[in-house]
Ligand binder design. Structure first.
Ligand code: SF4
Length: 222
C-alpha cells in the first residue's frame, strides 16, 4: 500500500508529466514530495565500499558526481518530483553472467546485453523527455536523476568517460544524468514508500529467485 506523500505541489502539471512518462514507456509513475525523498550518505558510499567496477570511471559515479550536500541543497529548491520505474524481466536483468557480459564490453549471443541496455536507455530518455516537457508546460527549472552509470548506457562503446579522461566535456550533456543512488537518494526506500514491489538484484542472483527488476528515475520540477 502506497504511503501518502506530504505535498503534491502543482497537481495538474505534474499529472501531465506522469501521463507522458506512462505513454512513453514507464511501467509506473508517481508524483512525490521532495520532503519525502530519502537521502542517505550510505547509499552513495555503497558505490565505493565495496568498490563498484564503475566507481571512479564515470563522471557521474562516486567519488565524482553529486556529493550528498549538493543533493540536499538541490532538494531544498524543489517541492515535488516525478518518480517512475521501468520494469525489466528477471530473465534479462538477472540473466546468467550478465555482470561479466557488461564488464567484458562484448555482446552475448542471448541478446541480454542489448535488451538490458535498451531498458536503461529508456530510463535516460524518459528523464530527458520529462525535463523538456516540464519546461514546455510552464515549469522554470528541472533536475533529473537516472539509473546506474551513464558510461555503460551512453558511452558503452567508447574507450572511457570523456568528462574524466578527455577535455572535461561530457559527450552527451543532454542525456547524461547522475543516478539516484550516486547522489545518495535511496531509490529502494522511495519505491517501497510508493507501494512498488522492488527486489534488489546482485551479481549472483538467479532469474528464478526474483520476480522482476525495476530501473528507477526521478525528475524534479519547479
Ligand atoms: S555520458 Fe559519457 S562522457 Fe558523459 S559523463 Fe557519462 S560516461 Fe562521461
Amino acid at each position: 500500500m502506497a504511503e501518502p506523500f506530504s505535498d503534491n505541489g502543482d497537481p495538474e502539471k505534474m499529472e501531465a508529466l506522469r501521463k507522458m512518462a506512462i505513454t512513453h514507456g514507464a511501467s509506473n509513475a508517481r508524483v512525490v514530495s521532495t520532503a519525502d525523498i530519502p537521502i542517505d550518505p550510505r547509499v552513495r558510499f555503497k558505490c565505493m565500499v565495496p568498490k563498484c567496477y564503475m566507481s571512479g570511471r564515470c563522471g557521474h559515479c562516486p567519488p565524482y558526481g553529486y556529493p550528498i550536500e549538493k543533493t540536499i541543497n538541490i532538494m531544498k529548491n524543489y517541492r515535488q518530483g516525478l518518480f517512475f520505474h521501468v520494469r525489466v524481466e528477471s530473465s534479462i536483468i538477472a540473466a546468467k553472467d550478465i555482470s561479466s557480459v557488461i564488464t567484458s564490453g562484448k555482446a552475448d549471443d542471448a541478446g541480454n546485453l542489448y535488451s538490458l541496455g535498451g531498458h536503461y536507455m529508456l530510463v535516460y530518455t524518459l528523464v530527458n523527455m520529462i525535463r523538456k516537457k516540464a519546461i514546455q508546460i510552464g515549469f522554470s527549472r528541472t533536475e533529473g536523476f537516472s539509473a546506474s552509470n551513464c558510461k555503460d548506457v551512453l558511452c558503452f562503446w567508447k574507450k572511457g568517460c570523456q568528462r574524466l579522461n578527455g577535455d572535461g566535456a561530457c559527450r552527451n550533456p543532454e542525456m547524461s544524468a547522475p543516478s539516484m543512488e550516486s547522489a545518495g537518494i535511496d531509490a529502494f526506500k522511495l519505491a517501497a514508500k510508493s507501494g512498488w514491489q522492488v527486489y534488489p538484484i546482485g551479481a549472483l542472483c538467479e532469474p528464478q529467485s526474483v520476480k522482476r527488476g525495476m530501473l528507477m528515475g526521478l525528475v524534479l520540477a519547479a
